[in-house]
Design a binder for this molecule. Sequence first.
Ligand SMILES: [Zn+2]
Length: 168
Amino acid sequence: MQIKDLAFTSLQLLRAAIFDRELFSLEIYGHIIGMFELNNLDLVVASPVEDYFLYIDDRPSSEKEEAEKVTRPILDALRDEYAVICEGSAFFPLQSCMNHSCRPNAKAFKRDEDRDGRATIIAQIPIRCGDEVTISYIDEDLTFEERQAALADYGFICRCSKCQEEET
Ligand SMILES: [Zn+2]
């Protein structure tokens, strides 16, 4: 019920933001949120506010002074908060098209040093031309039964090489 309430509030805000009262139903919105949740990837983005202030710093002095009349009170109010990084999750079309394997040959992740909001896909083993690039949607160290249960949310029964070996 709490998640449904959150989805309802989120949909209300989205409708108000784009001035569309007939956008779509809560049920359809719930499906979209669910698909996003199954396909998203955690990421970190550098503070856009800090980028803006750095841009202002690089302006010619007369332009910079004019801009700082507006930005200085904002910067003073924010103190160190202006540089806070933004943590969240994002949907990457290419990564979300990659199929699952419990013995994946690649991994989608965010490196601690990445602040550009990009996804990183890295090969875990040499991948030959023509081989499918697979990632794991779940913790592949779980038992066969636990993996199958975790993958039920994705709507398929895994038949990867690891599952075929472990299925008895
Ligand atoms: Zn599997």
